[in-house]
Design a protein around this ligand. Structure first.
Ligand SMILES: Cc1cc2nc3c(=O)[nH]c(=O)nc-3n(C[C@H](O)[C@H](O)[C@H](O)COP(=O)(O)OP(=O)(O)OC[C@H]3O[C@@H](n4cnc5c(N)ncnc54)[C@H](O)[C@@H]3O)c2cc1C
Length: 500
């Protein structure tokens, strides 16, 4: 599908004469910070959900907050939609351009402005890469904890807009728990300074509102993040189980037992065998599920926690428990986990990655339910996920070359998300709603709740110019959408990055 712009869900704005738009933008940006040719704009026509594409009318590359404000003013005065874009690694079509609108990219706002080891904070521009913050903080013995597996490439502005997660968010929290202050430019022309280094602030929690707002409420131009001391010791444990149910039970028991490991990941039999063949991580091929658990802290603390996790896993039925002996073995265990997504190519030419979250106590039943749904739809599903967070990533394996299989995969994906909602879970853990999950928003929320979202949107953006057609379904009915479709590795941008 080349263009998923759908007038049923996209508000339609009167087209603006492209020459008028170019002239207005040219008056506020130098030529090297404005892209107007079709060829030049091609790289911006999709994010990592490459099934959806559309061309903007212009790409703006502001280099400071005053240029951001100027571009927003142009959009406001001409009534042109604007879509913010970080690194374009989003998996839900959040940075998909509005056809003929302005795409604002933050590639030139990529400076780390200050690192303060005393207050353990960093002040950064939105285009700074996630990993670059930890690299800059490392000499001070600090790191930025939220670690999406796209962290080599994704921007901190995109992380804020998606409330990004990662392996170590179980212990250290999501993006929202690791940012202290934001500078935001609104489409109505105000500069907002949200949050502070103080522990609490009066008034509505605009920081929480802005985090995860997917570019619908304002443009983030500066972020103050919290830095965390690098742990002295790290222990990594692999536990093998005879069934997914017993592994899932161990996850629920670990959390219920009051242990919060730094990371707790699970792979089912299908996933671990593919990953082993791909990465030679040393996984036990006869297991039906494995857990990879990382415990960190001071030496004794990390050891105590690891021993407790091992004991709980054994009680839940683990048939093998192995602790990585050195950094090399630890890296191999993680390499298998990181290689699990591309390894799926051994089983099927295509996979569709679902992203739902459930209460952890429901893991055993929901994994069984996913297996039942997979059988009923006649497609295999591999499970590789952030088990400690209850954040599932079922990978539906299919062949787009076989008539009807893509549609079946999409139907199955929708059924899995509805299963998550039915046990009190959510339709996304970290990939966001974007364009992809508009229809599932109708499953998750009532009309009154969606109306509250729309009212908040209107308070910040009365004309609805910021990232229209995303996140909040604009009609009572939700159209059916596709998802992350990877065909023989061809359509997936950032194929070089590990997938969690
Ligand atoms: C291989 C791979 C692995 C991934 N693993 C993870 C993972 O482990 N955890 C996870 O959470 N995600 C993961 N993702 C998804 C993605 O990397 C995250 O959603 C990330 O936060 C997006 O950042 P970005 O800079 O690429 O943003 P983009 O994709 O460019 O944009 C994402 C959204 O943010 C908005 N936006 C961007 N910048 C701003 C700004 N300055 N102000 C306002 N709005 C803005 C956009 O409009 C859009 O709605 C993965 C993606 C890939 C390709």
């Amino acid at each position: 599908m080349l263009d998923r712009f759908d007038p049923d869900v996209d508000p339609t704005f009167p087209p603006v004469d492209p020459r008028r738009l170019a002239a207005a933008l040219g008056a506020v940006l130098p030529p090297d910070r404005l892209i107007l040719t079709t060829e030049g704009m091609r790289p911006y026509e999709a994010d990592a959900l490459a099934a959806y594409r559309s061309l903007p009318g212009a790409v703006a590359l502001p280099a400071d907050a005053s240029e951001v404000r100027a571009v927003l003013r142009v959009c406001r005065e001409l009534g042109v939609p604007l879509v913010p874009r970080g690194a374009g690694t989003g998996l839900s079509g959040g940075a998909l351009p509005y056809p003929g609108g302005v795409l604002m990219s933050f590639g030139k706002l990529s400076r780390i402005l200050a690192i303060d080891p005393v207050t353990r904070t960093a002040r950064v521009q939105p285009g700074v890469r996630n990993l670059a913050i930890s690299e800059a903080a490392q000499p001070h013995g600090l790191f930025y904890a939220p670690d999406p597996s796209s962290q080599l490439a994704c921007s901190i502005g995109g992380n804020v807009a998606e409330n990004a997660g990662g392996v170590h968010c179980l212990k250290y929290g999501l993006t929202v728990h690791n940012i202290l202050a934001l500078q935001v430019e609104t489409i109505t022309g105000e500069t907002l300074h949200i949050g502070s280094e103080a522990l609490d602030a009066p008034g509505f929690d605009l920081m929480a509102l802005m985090t995860g707002s997917e570019g619908l409420l304002g443009v983030v131009t500066e972020i103050t993040v919290r830095l965390t001391p690098i742990p002295a010791e790290i222990r990594t444990l692999l536990a093998a189980f005879p069934s997914t149910r017993s592994a899932a039970q161990a996850v629920a028991d670990i959390i219920a037992g009051g242990v919060t490991p730094a990371g707790l990941e699970m792979m089912d039999g299908l996933a671990l065998r593919a990953a082993e063949a791909y990465a030679h991580a040393g996984y036990p091929l006869d297991a039906e599920a494995i857990l990879i658990c990382e415990c960190d802290g001071e030496g004794a603390d990390a050891d105590d926690e690891t021993a407790r996790v091992a004991e709980i896993c054994r009680a839940a039925g683990a048939v093998q428990i192995h602790q990585a002996k050195d950094e090399g073995e630890r890296a191999r265990l993680w390499a298998g986990r990181k290689g699990a997504f591309p390894a799926m190519g051994r089983y099927a030419p295509d996979y569709y990655c679902i992203d739902g979250t459930i209460p952890r106590r429901c893991l055993p039943d929901v994994l069984t339910g996913i297996g039942d749904l997979a059988r009923a739809h006649g497609l295999a599903v591999a499970n590789v996920f952030h088990a400690g967070d209850g954040n599932l990533h079922p990978l539906i394996l299919y062949d787009a070359g076989k008539p009807g299989e893509l549609a079946t995969a999409e139907t199955l994906g929708g059924a899995i998300l509805e299963l998550c909602v039915s046990v009190g879970g959510t339709i996304t853990g970290e990939h966001g709603v974007g364009r992809e999950k508009l229809n599932q928003m109708c499953v998750q929320f009532t009309a009154a709740e969606l109306a509250a979202f729309a009212a908040i949107k209107a308070a910040f953006d009365p004309a609805g110019l910021l990232n229209p057609g995303k996140n909040i379904p604009s009609l009572p009915r939700c159209a059916e959408f596709g998802g992350l479709h990877v065909h023989r590795g061809q359509v997936m941008p950032h194929a070089d990055l590990p997938r969690f």
